[in-house]
Ligand binder design. Structure first.
Ligand code: SAH
Length: 393
């Protein structure tokens, strides 16, 4: 749900109630899915079915394990749950996942899924978001979305051109992982584990959806379930400075900052949020990031844009800004999209830029673009979701 303490609350869309926070009527038409709920949500569902007191904790644990450890899609599978309770659950709830309305597989093995979410109000058309799985030799990364669309309007990012924006619930974020595991067949008894890392780098600004992201990270990292540890979950932000400290203390995932510019005039243009939270404030927040150490470095993302932010002077300024921050710099070749006005820096320039940063003692890998052919690379995600016109309600 949208939070009240959000320093830059979304200007659009009604806040929607979090699924799983309401008792469910016994009505097959409106059965809601338990997929993606946290333990409290599952306990509520069980209470609705008459489970109480000491049994509640044990049953919640069982349900949790069936859903998140084994990927159950039917209550019938739950052999250690009594028939009566299974029937009561099935009368009120389902275990269905959001529908994957499209799957594209890149020639480099990257997969992109278009995931259709449930409408949260009568006025909303089911919104769609994208998530991407990127296989590498020693790991597999799932990139999930935290919002439908994005309000930030970074000028080099395709998602920023999308009209519809709303926060995803925690269950909608966790459900992306469930859907990916279904598609990759990696539940027990199936394929080996492929998703080793999760990045909140899809559509949206995670720190504008703090509470839900926090809850989703708890669900995903729970070691009795999906069990991807917080050290392997990275949250990427465009720099919502007032939320960065809480991100460290309350969420505790790895942090990535979309820096992209080293001077305020340039960064104002690329990441308009910079006008609100300029570079100096952002770097201070990073310097004071809770838990920061050489073992827990901040990743700085830097999109390479020809003639805009890629000079040697920019590289030297970057090094100066990073002073005192245990950091790694990801140089991202710009991924074009239809209508984008920027060009990617020449490869040689990216390498020279990287050398300056590297010589100053920072790891500065150049990120290989993945899934460009299916528009699955960084900043290329944009679903066709449209904002509902008022007269269509
Ligand atoms: N809102 C968050 C997360 C989403 S963007 C953030 O800003 O960090 C994930 C990353 O992709 C960010 O670093 C973003 O700046 C980068 N990105 C966006 N568009 C891009 C493009 N066209 N080419 C390369 N990287 C891009």
């Amino acid at each position: 749900m949208m939070q009240t303490d959000n320093p830059a609350a979304l200007p659009v869309q009604d806040a929607a109630p979090d699924a799983g926070r309401h008792s469910a009527p016994v009505n097959a038409e409106v059965r809601r899915s338990l997929t993606g709920l946290d333990r409290a949500g599952l306990s509520e569902a069980l209470s609705d079915c008459g489970v109480a007191d000491r049994a509640l904790r044990m049953r919640t644990s069982q349900l949790w394990n069936w859903i998140y450890q084994r990927g159950a899609t039917s209550f019938d599978e739950m052999t250690n749950v009594g028939k009566e309770l299974r029937t009561a659950l099935a009368e009120r709830y389902t275990l269905t996942r959001p529908e994957v309305s499209d799957e594209q597989i890149s020639n480099d093995g990257t997969r992109k899924w278009l995931v259709k979410l449930d409408a949260q109000s009568a006025r909303e058309v089911s919104p769609q978001i994208e998530c991407v799985y990127i296989p590498e030799t020693s790991r597999g990364t799932l990139c999930i979305s935290s919002q439908v669309g994005c309000t930030l309007s970074c000028t080099f990012c395709h998602t920023g051109t999308q009209k519809l924006v709303r926060n995803l619930t925690a269950s909608e974020m966790a459900a992306q992982v469930m859907v990916a595991r279904d598609r990759l067949g990696e539940w027990p008894g199936g394929e080996e584990r492929q998703i080793t890392n999760i990045v909140l780098m899809g559509m949206g600004e995670p720190l504008y959806n703090f509470d839900n992201v926090k809850q989703a990270v708890e669900i995903i990292s729970d070691n009795e379930g999906i069990s991807v540890s917080k050290r392997r979950i990275t949250l990427s932000t465009a720099g919502v400075v007032p939320m960065i400290e809480r991100c460290g203390t309350e969420i505790g995932a790895m942090l990535a900052i979309s820096l992209h510019g080293v001077r305020d005039d340039v960064r104002d243009l690329l990441v308009p949020l910079n006008k609100k939270y300029p570079i100096e404030e952002l770097m201070d927040a990073c310097r004071n990031y809770p838990g920061l150490s050489n073992a827990r470095r901040i990743t700085f993302e830097y999109v390479m844009l020809k003639g805009i932010n890629d000079s040697m002077a920019d590289a030297r300024e970057l090094v100066r800004l990073l002073k005192g921050i245990p950091a790694k710099i990801n140089l991202i070749p710009f991924n074009p999209w239809p209508g984008s006005t920027y060009e990617c820096s020449d490869w040689e320039q990216i390498e020279k830029f990287g050398e300056v940063v590297n010589r100053a003692g920072y790891a500065s890998p150049i990120r290989t673009p993945r899934g460009r052919d299916i528009m699955a690379a960084c900043g290329q995600l944009k679903s066709a979701s449209e904002r509902v016109r008022a007269n269509k309600a």
